[in-house]
Design a protein around this ligand. Structure first.
Ligand code: ATP
Length: 317
């Protein structure tokens, strides 16, 4: 089984309890582990896979809490870096008009250093790059680029998720698109939400969007569509792979659970890069990953609701 190195941010999400009020009015917040690449690492390990996290936390109680969550979920933390800077915090509330009210206190996540010694570990393994904060500048963006380059030179399988956050890129969407292109160009697998596929391609229609993104260089593309399932495109074939019916209570982390499961299944192959053009083969994996995503919506919180191998097996039965 290949090891999947998940690279990017790990942070604390303070989620306002009294939803429907903006941050100014919110008074009670719940502390939750956040950061898409860290969620993906946990998703892989919970399914019985082999994952490692490369990112940076602060040497403070919040950083300790996040490290503990990774360890508890059996994620390899050997390359988890610690900085004097305070752990990154995000405060979020859903205002009355349904809009997200969001304050981001950027800290240690941006301090990730590039360590050349990790490169050799990428050989024959896999990299998952989740870009939410990684393209915002600072040492993290430089380190992220180096790790990506190392993954390419070591011929690792590369998966990319742009994790576009409107709050972080307001009025700078074109800069975001420009920064994502090299990753789309070189990755074996790209995971997009509907909004991301449309933003990066400039096309509304998913078939046309995928045509543009394949032209850029993307091999296999998966576009998550919530309850409708996932649009899969291999360049020669495309189609929607349906999900299962569930009663969702919290959709946070469904996309991370989905891509984590897909990467876990791919990590069991001798050479996952050989199947990126094989629609039939990927379709079966996407069908299972849809179930992992769906299960994650049936409980509160991202990491606590990621399915174990046994829970996924049961749901697939
Ligand atoms: P995130 O929620 O992490 O930002 P995302 O928007 O990419 O990510 P979704 O599209 O919400 O993720 O969900 C990922 C996958 O999980 C979907 O492609 C689908 O297969 C499954 N899924 C999500 N919500 C539901 C649902 N309500 N019913 C059934 N399946 C679902």
């Amino acid at each position: 089984m290949k090891k999947v190195f998940c690279i990017g941010e790990l942070l604390i999400d303070f989620v306002a309890e009294n939803q429907g009020s903006d941050l100014r009015k919110a008074s009670v917040f719940t502390k939750k582990a956040g950061g898409a690449p860290a969620n993906v690492a946990c998703a892989i390990s919970k399914l019985g896979g082999n994952s490692a996290f490369i990112g940076c936390i602060g040497e403070d109680p919040f950083g300790n809490y996040l490290e503990h969550i990774l360890i508890e979920n059996k994620v390899d933390t050997l390359h988890l870096q610690k900085s004097d800077t305070f752990t990154t915090l995000a405060f979020v509330s859903i205002a009355e008009n349904g809009e997200r009210d969001f304050v981001f206190s950027r800290g240690a996540d941006r301090e990730l250093k590039y360590l050349p010694k990790i490169k050799s570990e990428f050989k024959g393994n896999m990299l998952h790059l989740g870009a939410a904060t990684a393209l915002l500048g600072g040492p993290l963006e430089a380190a992220y680029g180096h790790y990506f380059f190392d993954g390419l030179t070591e011929r690792a399988f590369i998966s990319f998720d742009p994790n576009f956050r409107q709050d972080l890129w307001k009025r700078r969407e074109s800069a975001f698109i420009k920064k994502c292109i090299p990753f789309v160009e070189k990755s074996h697998l790209c995971k997009f939400s509907l909004e991301e596929a449309q933003l990066l391609s400039g096309k509304e229609d998913l078939t046309e969007a995928c045509a543009v993104l394949h032209d850029v260089g993307a091999e296999a593309i998966v576009i998550t569509l919530g309850s409708e399932g996932t649009f899969l495109s291999t360049g020669t074939r495309h189609g929607v792979i349906p999900s299962i019916a569930v009663q969702p209570v919290d959709t946070t982390g469904a996309g991370d659970s989905f891509i984590g499961c897909l990467l876990y299944l791919l990590s069991g192959l001798d050479d996952p890069s050989e199947v990126t053009g094989n629609f039939e083969f990927l379709m079966e994996m996407v069908r299972k990953a849809n179930v992992a995503g769906a299960l994650t919506t049936t409980q509160f919180g991202a990491i606590p609701s990621l399915p174990s191998q046994e829970e996924l097996k049961q749901a697939l039965r």
